[in-house]
Design a protein around this ligand. Sequence first.
Ligand SMILES: [Zn+2]
Length: 1082
Amino acid sequence: MKISRQFTVFGSAIFCVVVFSLYLMLDHLQLDRIKNPINEERLQNGQLVILQDKIDHLERLLAENNKIIANIRDSVTNLRKSVNNDKGPLEAKNLSQGLVDLLPFAPIWVLIPSEDCQFSMLDVYDMLSFDNPDGGVWKQGFDISYEENEWDQEPLQVVVVPHSHNDPGWLKTFDDYYRDQTQHILNNMVVKLHEDERRKMIWSEISYFSKWWNNIDIQKKDAVKKLIERGQLEMATGGWVMPDEANTHYFALIDQLLEGHQWLERNLGVKPKTAWAVDPFGHSPTQAYLFKQAGLSNMLIQRVHYSIKKHFATQKTLEFFWRQNWDQESSTDILCHMMPFYSYDVPHTCGPDPKICCQFDFKRLPGGRISCPWRIPPQVITSDNVQQRAHMLLDQYRKKSKLFMSKVVLAPLGDDFRYTDAQEWDQQFNNYQKLFDYMNSHPELNVQAQFGTISDYFEILRKVTGMDQAGMNKGVSPFPVLSGDFFTYADRDDHYWSGYFTSRPFYKRMDRMLESHLRAAEILYSLTLANIKMFGKPSNYPAVENYKLLTEARRNLGLFQHHDAITGTGKDWVVVDYGTRLFHSILNLKRVIVSSAHWLVLDDKNIYTYDPAKPLLQIDEVQPAQDVLPHKTVIKISATPRSVVVYNPIEQARSSVISIYVTTPHIRVLTAQGRPVIAQITAVWEHFTQASTEVFQVSFVAHFRVAIPQETVPVSVENPHLQLFENGLKHSIKVDFVWYGTTSNKDKSGAYLFLPDGEAKKYSPSRPPVIRVTKGPVFSEVTTTFTHITHTLRLYNIQGVDGQAVEICNTVDIRGEFNQEIAMRITSDINSMNRFFTDLNGFQVQPRRTMSKLPLQANFYPMTSMAYLEDSNRRLTLLTAQSLGAASLKSGQLEVIMDRRLNQDDNRGLGQGVLDNKITANSFRLLLEPRNSAQENNAPFSYPSLLSHISCTYLNHPLIQMATSVDPALLTPVPHSPLTSSFPCDIHLVNLRTIQSQEEGGGPSEQAALILHRKGFDCGFSSRNTGLLCSTTRGKVILFRQSYNTFTPVSLSLMYESSSTPKHQEISLKPMEICTYRIQLG
Ligand SMILES: [Zn+2]
C-alpha cells in the first residue's frame, strides 16, 4: 500500500486514509470450503462451545487466566505452523503476499536521546493522620482566637463575593434550570447591579450565559457590557461549565475552556483572570495547569478532604502556589486559594461558626422559603441592631482571617441558584451594605469591608503581599509551593466520594466516544477546508453546515464535563437528556467525518456532490438509541466488490486490525493497489451458543505507513509479545470478578459515595459460564459469558503496538441486582507493596499509596486513562477507554469498579439511588513491560512508558471504518495522507480545531487552533521491538513546509498571543507542555 501524497494539505498533519476492497470469492475461484483451514477452525470452535465436557474443561482453564493466555499462544503458534505448511491454492496465494503485510516491520531500535528523560519532580502532597476529633463550632477544625489589637497596624480587608452556583443540569435538565431559575438570576442581575455601583457579582458558566445572551435585546447587552467595564460583573473561569476534575479527560477540559473563552472574546471582549471551582468533588492539578496555560493568574478550590483543610489551616497554607510535579522551575505556578470550611454556602463562608454565618444569609429571613438549620434566623439590619450584628459578623471575619497569612479575607456570598428574584437581591445587598457602612465608619474596628469580585480579592491580596498582578511569583511571595492532587475527597466522617468515579459508566464510555469522534471530525474538517482552498474552485462541501454540527458537538461535550454530568450524579431524566445530546452529537460528527472524507478520497474533486440523504461513505458502526450499545452494520457482498475506507485519526503510523461484518464467509480483501491481504473469518454470535449463518466477521490488518527508519533484520514468525507473556507472565496474572455490597449503617452507598460492606466477595455465578475460543492468523480470543459479565480476552497477532497488549472487553449487566457493585480484579505477582499509580485526566500520573489507616473506600482513586503497578523489574499497566474508580488493595493487585447499582440516596442532594443501569461495555488493555535495568523507584512522580502512551492513544482513538455505498467501478476512492512522517512518539496532536469567524452566524474562519502536547515518559522501559513506529526529538516538531509558515503561538484558549515567534517552521515543546498555535488553513 503505497501512500499517495499528492493531496498533501500542509506539511505535517495526521490524517491518513487507506482503502480496501471486499470481493466475493466465487465458486470458479475453486475455493474448497472444507479445505480452508480458517473455516475449519471456525467449525471446530463452534463444536467446542456446545460440548459440555469441553465447557467443563475450559472452566477449569478459566480459573487460571494465565493458562488461557498460554492456550491462545499455543493455538496461534500451531496455527502459524499450519499456515506455513500451507493448504489450498488460494490460501497459498494469500499467504505469500499476505505475510509481508502481516509482518511488515522489522524489529527496530527507536532513537530516544537520554536528555528526554530528565524530568524532575517536586515533593508530593503529604498525607496526615486522618483522625476526626470534634473541633467545636467549627466541627472539623479547631477553636480560633485573636487579640483585639491585631489589626491596629494593618486593617482587615474583607471582600464579600456574591455568587450563584448554577449547575448546568442536576435535579433539573439544563433547559429546565434555565427556564425556571437561571434566566431570572441574570435578568435581575442587570437591574440590581445597576442600582448601586458598589454591588458586585461573578458568573462562571458560559453555557448558561450564552443561552441567555441569545435571548436578550441589544439594550440589555449594552447594560451587561457596562457592568463588566465598571468591574461590577466578573466572568470567572469562563469555561462552558465548571467541570468535574476526576473523570474528565484533558481533551474535553481544554475544549470546554476554549469554547467558553472564545465565546467571551467574540461577544464581550473579556479575558478571565481567575478560576472559580466551588463544587467539583476533589481537585486535580491538571485543571490548575490548564488554567495557567490559558493565561489565568489565580484560582479557587473548595471540595478538599476535611483533614487536609484543617492541616492547611493550622499551617496557614490554605493559599499556595500550585506547581506541577514535573516542573523544575516555577513556570506552572498558579496562585490558589483553598476555602477552609465545609461548603460554599453562606453558613460556611463568613467564618468558622455556621450558626452565626447562617444569620447573615438574608435569603433565610423569617417568612422565606428556607431557614437556618441551627434554628437562629437572620435579622433585618436596622439602626438598632447594626452595631451588634456588625460586631458579630466581624468576629467571624477576623477568625477566618486567622487561618490565612494576609490580612485580606475572602467571604463568598451565595449558594446554588441564588439571586433568582429581585427581593433576594435587595435582602442580601441592602443588609450587607448597612453592615459594611457601619464597619467602615468605625475606624476603631480597623476593618474595610466591601463587595468584590473574585479577581478583586486576588488583586488586593497580591498588592498587600507585595506580588505583581501578572501572575508570577517574583520571589517575594509569602506563599508556599505545593504539588499533588486533592483526591479522594471526604466531606465528613468516612464519607469518601469515590463512588462517582464509576457511577453511570455507560455514559462515561459514551463521553469518550464523543471525544474521539469530535477530535477526528475537527481534524478532518480543518484539513478538508484547507484542501478545498488549495483546490481553488467553489465546491458544495457543506462547510457552514458542518461547522454548526461541530459547534453543537463541542458544546454538548462541554456540557457533559459538568460536575453532575460525567460524574453520573444527576437525576435519571437529566441523565437521559445528557445521553440524548451525546448520542445526537456522535451521529452528527459521523456526518462531518463522512462528508469530509468523501472530499479527500476523491481523485477528481470536480465530481464532489453533497447529498446527506445518500452519502458516499457510511461509518460501519450504528448506535440505535442513546442508552444502547453501538453495533456494527453488515456490508452486503455481491458479485461487485465493495470498498472500505479507513481513517486513522492519530498522528502516528499504525498497524491495527479492522473487523467488518459481511454477508458471506467467502471473501477476499484487497488493498487499493489490488494486493491481497490476509483475512480472518470468524463467526458472529446471535446468542451465547448460536452462531449466525447470515453474518460473518472478516478481520484484517490495516497499515498506515509513512517513512520509517528500518534496519534489515530477518522477520520472525513468532509474535514476540506472546513470547513475552510466556516468559514474563506465566502463572502470574489472574483476572477475577468481585462484588461489593453496601454497609448496613444508616448512610449507604449512592451516586457520590462508596460505603461498602467490607471487603469484596468473590463473584460466583449461579450457572456455569459459556466459553468460546476463536483462533486465527489475525487475532485469537476467549470469550466467557457469565450471568452478569461477558468477558473477552483478545490477542492481536500484529507486530505493532496492538500486538503488545491483551485486550480486555467486559460487557456488564447488573440490572437484576440491588445494592451491588461489580469489580474486575487483576492479581499479579508484581511486588508493588502498597504503591500504585493512577493517571489524572489522561494528562499525568499521580503515585498513590494504599493506606490501612484509611477506610477501604478512601483508597479508591479516579482512573481516566490508566493505572499501573510496578516493582523493580516490571510494570503492569491497565489502560482504559473510560473513566472508572480503581484501587490496589493488596500488593500485586489492581481493581476496577465496573458498574454500581444502588437503591438509595446518599444524602448529598440528589434524592435518588442509581437504578438506571444499562448494558455497559468497558474496554481495557493490559500491558506488561520489563524494565531495562532493575530500579527502585520511590520518587513522588512517575511517567508511563512510550509504549503505554501510544497503546492508550490506540485504545481511545480507534480506526474509523467507512463503507462506500456505490460500485467502486464507478467511483474509486484513493488513499490520502498529508503526513510526511509520524509525529515524534511523545508529541500528541490534541486537536486541530477550526476557529469560528467573528461574523454574525458563526461559520468557520480561515484559521485553526493547533494544540500539541509533549508527553512525559519513563525511559526505563525498552523501546526495542515494541512496535513503535516513531522516535523522539527532544521536543522539536517540524510542522510546516516552507509555504505554510503563518502560525502564531498563543495561550491555550487563544486569549493571548505570545511575544516570541518561533524560528522558521520548527517549534519546541518542553516536557509535559501543552501548546496552542493559531494557524492559517491552506
Ligand atoms: Zn454544582
